[in-house]
Design a protein around this ligand. Structure first.
Ligand SMILES: Nc1nc2c(ncn2[C@@H]2O[C@H](COP(=O)(O)OP(=O)(O)OP(=O)(O)O)[C@@H](O)[C@H]2O)c(=O)[nH]1
Length: 530
């Protein structure tokens, strides 16, 4: 048997076992049990060739249970146990062992290099410069062979392809794998051009000439958002090995998981882990999935969080009954890796998006005042408990009123969006960034000392100052001032915010475009020396 056909054979055998096994669970019949045992022995042989150790162990256990029941010549008393073991075996046989995360996938996460196919078109230097301010390097290509070669040697964060969709020759030889997302940029905006872009595998469509803001927005594809802030899935499955298998598959696709094997632990895990989706076994010994789903919905825990059931149950009436409980979907075991990942990712992303409308500011996409404060309380308490540093920053645009007056309110809005994006690019995932109100922003930097935060804010301030802001009435530059305060020795968040705010006020008094830090030693503001 060729190495490639082993997974297919395992899959075929497991489907047959699943079919016979279900009949056995409905009606105990020694003849069927013998057929089932023969299939299981066959599976054992194939799994040995394929080196599928976990499957071998699970199948061995299943075969032992069956032999014992066949000896006793009566139906097994532990139907749930048999169901679970069968479910584990068929699941293991239909999911290839997950591959470890490769180094190249990790590199892609921080990838700020972009390739642009511009053909004969002029590319505005200004675009390249402004992208550099946001930390992106753009390589422009005009020769198709050079582009193909570069794509074989490097993995950019994205490839932007200029096209007018007028039947130009394909840039790439047929079948050439594309290592990164492709975005199209075109002077056309019509339906036909958009359709051609979609059919060519484009993940985004931009106007040509490109605007910095539009391009930056398009670069944050759902996959990239997931990499910045991975989706979180809570697995409630009483069979630890099965939960481990689903976890490994999801982790391989960059999804964070937490496993709970006892339903009674589920509520605490939801509160703590804040998942974007719950994947739950239908049959569990303590309480079944339907009961647990009811408890979660009744408690209003994370309202509307998607719950997906995993079960061997194929009967449509039972599935419909379950969906009527407000459960969002049903995956029938054994589930393939692709089905699991696609189902989980699409639903979790949609839930996250809806939730973000509630917790974020609509203009900048940053945390709104209420949610920033709630998260600050949590981070402050954690920092005190674990005795780790934390810094609070208040940040305000300088003379912003003049921008509105001179360039218009819309240009002012653009500045707010640019600053939000700038902060997001430069801060860590664990930092909180919020719009405190109007032109004032607040940052919470857990684990950072005042000195570190000061140096970081100084660097951001210096770079933001150099960024050209665009408006129909011309280009201009904008600065900000910031005040910061460390949590050490501070009793509560109100005092922390007040001190950071007082430092911001000092920065304004001292002439603006400045960062001023609270120093506990001096009992007053004192910017640490870089
Ligand atoms: N475009 C725009 N402007 C806003 C928004 N929220 C607040 N502002 C404006 O921000 C300006 C804040 O003005 P001031 O509080 O006088 O402060 P400033 O002009 O920034 O001066 P300093 O803070 O003292 O440097 C006001 O003109 C507000 O209208 C917004 O969402 N969009």
């Amino acid at each position: 048997m060729s190495a490639q056909s082993i997974p297919q054979t395992l899959l075929g055998l497991s489907q047959e076992m699943d079919h016979v096994g279900r009949q056995l669970l409905d009606r105990w019949d020694p003849e069927l049990a013998r057929r089932f045992t023969a299939l299981s022995q066959c599976l054992q042989g194939v799994a040995e060739q394929g080196g599928a150790d976990e499957l071998l162990r699970a199948n061995d256990e299943l075969a032992a249970q069956l032999r014992a029941w066949l000896k006793r010549r009566r139906a097994p008393d532990d139907i749930l146990g048999l169901r679970q073991q069968l479910s584990l075996v068929t699941q293991l046989a239909s999911m290839p062992a997950p591959v470890k995360q490769t180094a190249s996938a990790v590199t892609l996460r921080q990838n700020h290099r972009l390739f642009l196919w511009a053909g004969e078109r002029e590319v505005d230097h200004y675009l390249v410069e402004q992208l550099a301010c946001f930390g992106y390097q753009m390589d422009v290509f005009r020769d198709a062979l050079l582009l193909q070669q570069a794509l074989r040697q490097h993995t950019p964060g994205a490839l932007v392809v200029y096209s007018d969709f007028m039947g130009e020759a394909s840039l790439f030889p047929p079948g050439m794998p594309m290592p990164c997302p492709v975005l199209y940029a075109s002077p056309r905006r019509d339906f036909e051009a958009r359709l051609k872009a979609v059919r060519s595998g484009g993940q985004g469509f931009l106007a040509w000439p490109m605007q910095v803001r539009e391009l930056l927005d398009a670069l944050v594809l759902p996959q990239q958002q997931d990499r910045r802030n991975p989706l979180r899935v809570l697995l409630i499955e009483d069979m630890g090995s099965l939960a481990g298998l689903y976890s490994a598959v999801l982790n391989q696709h960059g999804i964070l998981t937490e496993e709970v094997t006892r339903p009674s632990r589920a509520l605490e895990a939801i509160e703590r882990f804040r998942p974007d989706l719950i994947l739950m076994d239908m049959y569990m010994p303590e309480c079944d999935g339907k009961e647990l789903a009811r408890i979660i919905r009744q408690q209003g825990l994370m309202d509307g969080i998607p719950i997906i059931f995993l079960s061997m149950e194929k009967r449509q009436d039972i599935q419909l009954d379950t969906l009527a409980l407000g459960v969002d979907g049903y995956l029938t075991k054994p589930v393939s890796s692709d089905e699991l990942v696609v189902t989980v990712t699409t639903r979790a992303r949609r839930y996250r998006k809806l939730r973000s409308y509630i917790s974020t500011d609509s203009l900048t996409g940053l945390l709104n005042h209420t949610h920033l404060f709630a998260r600050l309380e949590y981070e402050f308490a954690r920092a005190q408990r674990e005795r780790v540093p934390l810094v609070m920053v208040m940040l305000d645009l300088d003379h912003f009123k003049r921008i509105n007056d001179n360039y218009g309110h819309q240009a002012g809005d653009e500045v707010l969006v640019n600053l939000a994006r700038f902060l997001r690019e430069r801060l860590r995932r664990s930092d909180l960034i919020g719009r405190y109100g109007g032109e004032e922003f607040a940052l919470v930097l857990p684990g950072m000392t005042v000195d570190q935060a000061y140096r970081l804010l100084e660097a951001i301030r210096g770079d933001f100052e150099l960024l050209d802001q665009q408006s129909p009435r011309g280009r201009f530059r904008q600065t900000f001032s910031a005040g910061l305060c460390g949590a050490e020795g501070v009793t509560d968040v109100v005092a922390l915010v007040q001190r950071a705010d007082a430092m911001l006020y000092r920065a304004k008094e001292l002439g603006r475009n400045l960062v001023v830090a609270w120093s506990a030693d001096a009992g007053a503001y004192l910017p640490p020396q870089p």
